[in-house]
Design a protein around this ligand. Structure first.
Ligand SMILES: *Cc1c(COP(=O)(O)O)cnc(C)c1O
Length: 390
């Protein structure tokens, strides 16, 4: 039996407005890293973040890399990062010549666990004579904290920032899919020293590929913009640092400008999709909803289910069964202390990360998902779960 219907996990939602902006780029010949859409897009990113300025870059990973450098991370340093994140957060640390020091997430929000962070800083670190914070076990300098806003849900920054300040550590927030979200009613741009968004294809908004860097200190964001544009001084090939060619193009920004106008609608659609899944599977013993901490206005990047130990399925076989009905379900990130490049990286307790990652199933959540298609996903998944319940 063939099934014509295929419901993808998460696809971009682009249309006439994006096409018209791209046409303008071609018509005006502004296609590269300078142009009116770049400036307009940066102003929109700053506005939605509650900051004075933003630097748009060619990828979220690039934004993270340069942000770490702008925050003073040096080769040989350690950066404390939750193991449960997309590998790009961790790769950016490596790109800066530093090493990730893995810690855990809390079960309440899947983000950096403030209690465990406090214990690491108090018990596993010591102060050097020059004021540096060192990891006792290896004597390497701890240079920054990198909390991640998993699923578009901010980490509990009111508990993380005082620890960071107390220990003199700068904070880089990986807010990849969190653009437009909020923490206790505050926009996200000033919560950490620098905050990075991604505009890759499956993120809350997309520019094809792209990213943005914001922060409360306009001079620091200006430094990021300087570094990503080859650290150029003036117009005559003078450069004052080893810079990067990490700028977004006017073509990408043209798509971004159109997407930003749709952001509130996208978040509303994602929120409605998440609420429907949560309601449909509430009360089951074999699955649980994703976390939804009260302090967050999440962008609900991905909805899905956590399979409990009582569930008769594992995530890969459930995805296979869904696929037979024309539905794309997918596992989510693998904990990074288990990824091949990072098997030797230092780690504190990572037990929650290790326990949750194999049990997470993400479900179709394109902003264009129809109610009828979501009903079909819910019916199909309910039937599969029921068949193996009890
Ligand atoms: C997507 C993502 C990134 C990387 O962004 P790119 O734009 O793809 O480079 C980094 N961190 C997290 C948590 C992400 O989800």
């Amino acid at each position: 039996m063939t099934n014509e219907r295929f419901i993808p996990l998460a696809i971009p939602n682009v249309g006439d407005e994006e096409a018209e902006n791209l046409r303008q780029c071609i018509a005006t010949n502004w296609v590269s890293t300078v142009g009116p859409f770049v400036e307009q897009f940066e102003a929109q990113i700053a506005e939605v973040s509650g900051t004075a300025t933003a630097s748009a870059v060619a990828a979220g990973t690039m934004g993270l890399h340069v942000a770490l450098i702008a925050l003073g991370v040096l080769p040989g340093d350690l950066v404390i990062v939750p193991s449960y994140t997309f590998i790009a957060s961790v790769n950016a640390i490596s790109h800066a010549g530093a090493t990730p020091w893995f810690m855990d997430v809390s079960a309440e929000d899947w983000a950096m666990d403030p209690e465990k962070l406090g214990a690491i800083l108090a018990e596993d670190c010591e102060r050097a004579a020059n004021g540096d914070l060192l990891r006792k076990a290896c004597g390497r300098r701890v240079a920054a904290l990198l909390p991640v806003y998993v699923l578009g849900t901010p980490a509990d920054m009111d508990r993380i920032m005082p620890l960071a300040r107390n220990y003199g550590l700068p904070v880089l927030a990986d807010a990849a899919a969190a653009i437009g979200g909020a923490y206790k009613g505050q926009k996200l741009g000033a919560l950490a020293d620098l905050t990075v968004y991604s505009f890759n294809g499956n993120k809350t908004i997309t520019t094809g590929g792209g990213g943005g860097v914001v922060g409360p200190d306009a001079a620091r964001v200006g430094h990021v913009r300087h570094l990503v544009s080859t650290a150029r001084v003036g117009t005559n090939y003078d450069h004052d640092a080893v810079g990067f060619n990490y700028r977004i193009t006017n073509l990408e920004a043209a798509v971004g400008v159109a997407q930003m106008a749709k952001l509130p609608g996208f978040i509303a659609a994602k929120t409605a999709i998440r609420r429907r899944y949560d309601a449909a599977f509430a009360g089951r013993a074999d699955v649980a909803p994703f976390p939804d901490p009260g302090y967050a206005t999440s962008t609900y990047w991905f909805p899905g289910l956590i399979l409990s130990k009582a569930c008769g399925w594992d995530v890969p076989s459930l995805c296979d069964a869904l696929r037979e009905s024309g539905i794309q379900g997918r596992p989510f990130w693998k904990a990074n202390h288990l990824q091949r490049p990072y098997l030797d990286a230092p780690r504190a307790d990572v037990s929650v990360s290790e326990e949750i990652w194999p049990r997470i199933l993400t479900l179709p959540c394109s902003t264009s998902l129809s109610g009828e298609d979501q009903d079909f996903v819910i019916e199909t998944l309910t039937r599969l779960l029921d068949a193996r319940a009890g």
